[in-house]
Write a protein that binds this ligand. Structure first.
Ligand code: SF4
Length: 457
């Protein structure tokens, strides 16, 4: 047990933190490598080199799960936001080369926006990994799940996760290096865990508590190895549709907190201003300062910082987004909820259909509860708190309900109520989200009635 004095700049207080750690304060090592192309051989070489020199908490053995970021993948509108298959292929080759008694390898994911994960696997090129290496592709919504109790959950007392994750012997996270306006501009290893849960649980307290929720999940899904795909870096827009740039970086480590602290610093973000990193630090999941981290590898962090300096990550208050809507943000301000999701939707339009911004109707949009007098012809209320705004005078009031409303709900309501077509409104995705997805959920219910057969590697 160790007592530390910490300052939390977000909440402006100093506090003591008692943490339980079995290791000493200099054991966190994060490797930053130059890796300019998606070459599985090179990626495998870098991962192998790292695990030869880093101290793994356990050997790579038994049932191995790889968790990538496939929140969405689409060849036209979501081209940069997911972990590329070549990175996962590099990891698989490393496992086959360095693992002992490997029983099975599963790639487990749950995509976002109510789109089927199997479509994301297909668009992201993961099916060829299944054909080539015999690995399992597990789409959480249609596969076997188990409920796990949480001893230290602040939001969840229990969660449902994929059975493969619960039964694994070794867990590898393969996040995409990208920005996300729902999580203080940074998406990395800790944020990846939102894709470990499904449906109503995923949206439960997806508001100002999002960071607590993320760290709750870490109790049952804490990676043993993390390999971040920063070869292309996606930034500045919607978490699914944003564009990217060549960054040429592969980051590898064994602790998710140390990993995210270094990646955030690489992007010129202050990790101590990112809620979910702070939450993980406060709960004792990793280092409390950069003094506890050794940065290794062949690419100095300063070189990466030079490349990311001055980039616009699009993370600002939602009412500062420039468009025809007059946006008024009330209380509370939920970065992971109504304000964040509205900002994310606006970025989605800007990313792929910027001309649509000019076609937005002139109206007043309230996000959060607003107490001052609001007068306009049309008032749009986004989220349940906005519905509680007491002083609205308008000919037409349009409501988008939810705490928060889902991305899918906002995209749909903007389409049917204002004829605003978001870039994701495409026949194939509408069929996927509203036709195929319910069928996959039914399949998931059926699959949960029986066990999966063993896999041959
Ligand atoms: S309705 Fe929206 S603003 Fe209100 S608590 Fe929920 S997410 Fe936050």
């Amino acid at each position: 047990m160790k007592d530390l004095l910490l300052f939390n700049p977000r909440k402006n207080y100093v506090y003591f933190l008692s943490i339980n750690r079995g290791d000493n304060l200099s054991t966190y090592k994060v490797y930053i490598y130059a890796c300019t192309d998606y070459n599985p051989d090179k990626i495998s070489g870098l991962v192998s080199k790292t695990i030869d020199s880093i101290q793994l908490v356990k050997p790579i053995h038994g049932n191995i799960v790889i968790k990538p970021n496939l929140v969405m993948a689409h060849p036209k509108v979501a081209t940069e936001s997911y972990t590329r298959s070549e990175v996962v292929e590099g990891i698989i080759r490393t496992i086959l080369k360095n693992g002992s008694d490997v029983n099975r390898i599963d790639i487990v994911e749950k995509s976002g926006l109510g789109i089927t994960t199997s479509t994301a696997f297909r668009h992201a090129g993961y099916r060829k990994l299944k054909r080539k290496y015999g690995v399992g592709l597990i789409a959480m919504e249609e596969s076997r799940q188990v409920r796990m109790g949480l001893d230290n959950g602040k939001i969840h007392k229990s969660i449902r996760i994929a059975r493969a994750v619960a039964d694994r012997d070794f867990l590898i996270f393969a996040p995409k290096l990208k920005t996300n306006v729902l999580s203080n501009a940074y998406s990395g290893a800790l944020k990846l865990n939102i894709g470990s849960i499904d449906s109503k649980e995923r949206m439960y307290h997806h508001n100002m508590d999002l960071h607590k929720k993320m760290i709750d999940i870490l109790e049952v899904s804490n990676p043993d190895l993390i390999v971040t795909d920063g070869i292309r870096f996606a930034f500045g827009g919607n978490q699914m549709t944003q564009h990217g740039m060549d960054l040429g970086v592969l980051v590898i480590s064994t602790n998710a907190v140390a990993h995210d602290m270094v990646c955030a610093k690489m992007l010129n973000l202050d990790p101590f201003k990112i809620d979910h990193i702070l939450e993980a630090i406060e709960r004792g999941y990793g280092p409390t300062s950069f003094d506890d981290i050794e940065i290794a590898g062949d690419l100095p962090i300063e070189r990466v910082q030079q490349k990311t300096a001055g980039l616009d990550y699009g993370f600002y208050p939602v009412d500062e987004f420039k468009c025809n809507f007059k946006i008024i943000s009330g209380t509370p301000y939920c970065t992971g909820g109504c304000q964040g999701i509205t900002l994310d939707w606006l970025h989605m339009v800007k990313d792929r259909k910027p001309k649509t911004l000019k076609r937005f109707p002139k109206l007043t949009a309230l996000v959060g509860k607003v107490t001052k007098k609001i007068e306009d012809k049309t008032v749009l209320l986004i989220g349940d708190c906005a519905q509680a705004s007491p002083n609205i005078h308008a000919k037409r009031i349009v409501r988008i309900k939810g705490c928060p409303p889902t991305h899918k709900r906002i995209v749909w309501d903007m389409m049917v109520k204002f004829f605003l077509l978001a870039p994701l409104v495409r026949p194939s995705l509408i069929w996927d989200g509203f036709g195929l997805y319910p069928m996959k959920k039914i399949k998931g219910w059926l699959v949960n009635l029986k066990f999966k057969p063993p896999q041959n590697i």
